[in-house]
Ligand binder design. Structure first.
Ligand SMILES: Cc1ncc(COP(=O)(O)O)c(C=O)c1O
Length: 424
């Protein structure tokens, strides 16, 4: 199978066009028109006689996840910030953060002047390792955050037990896991709160957006204040043209409101979610088997996972292949064969170039703080090994047909067989 790689001018193995992302429906457009015509584009606009789209999305997403409450927010980062603050985390508190994630998992903690304590991950799932969490806890630990990474669900049973034994909140960052389930329950409902991102690349998206779910009514009330400058929606509808947000002065907040446009899009997109998840699951299952037979290692998930959601399709490459060519070149070669971006995984947070606490003067909070947030002080061997050996493929690939999925496996095989071409 000695063939010139597409990256080096050879013929790409795959000629087809892939499904695009995001995808919308006629309902999405109808909802957007309805917002335009409503003359209320934000929950901070005057009441027009109808429940806001934001409130309606909150109810719909709570119902979808099985949570008691949902407070929508402007982004996933805002959602994490709100969840941490609603749980009472603040300046100089320590928060456990998994060693492999998007930078926001750590920067949101830093954003409330708390200390992200980077903790190592399970080598097979890339998610927080409960044994390492136990070792990292200190009297100053005020919360544990866990990320369901790529297509994996973290080891929730053990993490819930650790959090409850210590009496500290577990916050599930479900930015990458809309629709995933553990022990039959939707992720985000296991800890004190679950946070979501609805940014462009996510499985449920409105371009930008977020939400926090919780079963705790008083936490939900604090979340609602935190997202609307210390105001909450009135319990009974006001007169037309009055403000629906009322000032309680219970808790100072910020403006993290989801706009009406975003909320209206999300309600329409939520109708598509389960069907898209099911297609991805079937294709991922097929691809897992094909890649395993070729010697690759598709990402694993915790034993308690009952439904995966594929945000990225993550694959660990075999060592002998990694010895033959740099992983970034292997990803680029695979991408050129497929006509899809095939990226290396996020660098572990102790080595991630986007995670630089010292670059922001606002975190200049004294020598002790500066030392505590220094990323390099954390040893994360499993996270580093995971990041160095895995590629992440976009979830729109998994919306293609079965034949296309076979081509993905064939592209892996072609790149592996011709990796020597990438060494120059
Ligand atoms: C795990 C995780 N947490 C948080 C975020 C932040 O979400 P947002 O970009 O909506 O602020 C992301 C975004 O990619 C993410 O993947």
């Amino acid at each position: 199978m000695n063939k010139p790689l597409a990256l080096l001018g050879g013929t790409p193995l795959c000629q087809q066009s892939w499904p695009q992302w995001p995808q919308s429906s006629a309902t999405t457009r109808r909802h957007l028109d309805a917002v335009l015509d409503s003359h209320r584009w934000s929950i901070s606009g005057q009441y027009r006689g109808e429940p806001s789209w934001e409130e309606r999305f909150g109810k719909a997403f709570a119902q979808y996840t099985g949570a008691g409450h949902c407070v929508p927010a402007s982004t996933g980062t805002a959602s994490l910030t709100m969840a941490l603050e609603a749980c009472g985390v603040g300046a100089h508190d320590e928060v456990i953060v998994p060693g492999v994630s998007w930078v926001a998992s750590a920067s949101a903690v830093l954003g409330i002047n708390a200390i992200p304590v980077l903790v190592d991950v399970d080598p097979h799932t890339g998610c927080l390792d409960p044994a390492r969490v136990e070792q990292a806890l200190s009297p100053r630990t005020r919360a544990i955050t866990v990320v369901h990474l790529g297509s994996a669900v973290a080891e929730l049973e053990q993490l819930c037990r650790i959090a409850s034994d210590r009496g500290i909140p577990l916050i599930e960052d479900c930015a990458q896991a809309h629709g995933a389930r553990y022990a039959g329950r939707h992720v985000g409902t296991f800890g004190a709160a679950g946070t979501f991102s609805m940014q462009h690349s996510k499985l449920l998206t409105s371009g930008e957006g977020g939400a926090v779910i919780t079963d705790d009514a008083s936490l939900a009330r604090r979340l609602a204040h935190l997202r609307a400058d210390g105001r909450i929606l009135a319990e009974t509808a006001p007169s037309i043209d009055e403000m629906e947000l009322v000032e309680t002065a219970e808790l100072m907040g910020s403006n993290y409101c989801l706009s009406e446009f975003h909320a209206a899009i999300l309600i329409a997109q939520l109708e598509l979610l389960d069907q898209q998840l099911a297609v991805r699951r079937t294709n991922a299952h097929r691809l897992d088997a094909l890649l395993r037979s070729l010697g690759f290692f598709p990402q694993e998930t915790s034993a308690g996972t009952t439904a995966r959601a594929h945000y990225t399709y993550v694959v660990r490459l075999p060592e002998d292949l990694l010895e033959r060519a740099p992983i970034a070149r292997l990803g680029a070669a695979l991408g050129a064969e497929l006509g899809l971006p095939c990226k290396t995984m996020y660098a572990s947070l102790n080595r991630n170039r986007l995670y630089q606490p010292a670059s922001r003067p606002r975190f200049d909070l004294g020598r002790e703080f500066a030392d505590a947030v220094r990323p390099e002080r954390y040893a994360l061997p499993a996270a580093e090994a995971f990041s160095a050996a895995t590629l992440a493929l976009p979830h729109r690939m998994l919306l293609a047909d079965a034949q296309a999925i076979e081509q993905v496996a064939a592209a892996f095989e072609k790149v592996a067989a011709n990796a020597h071409q990438l060494c120059d």
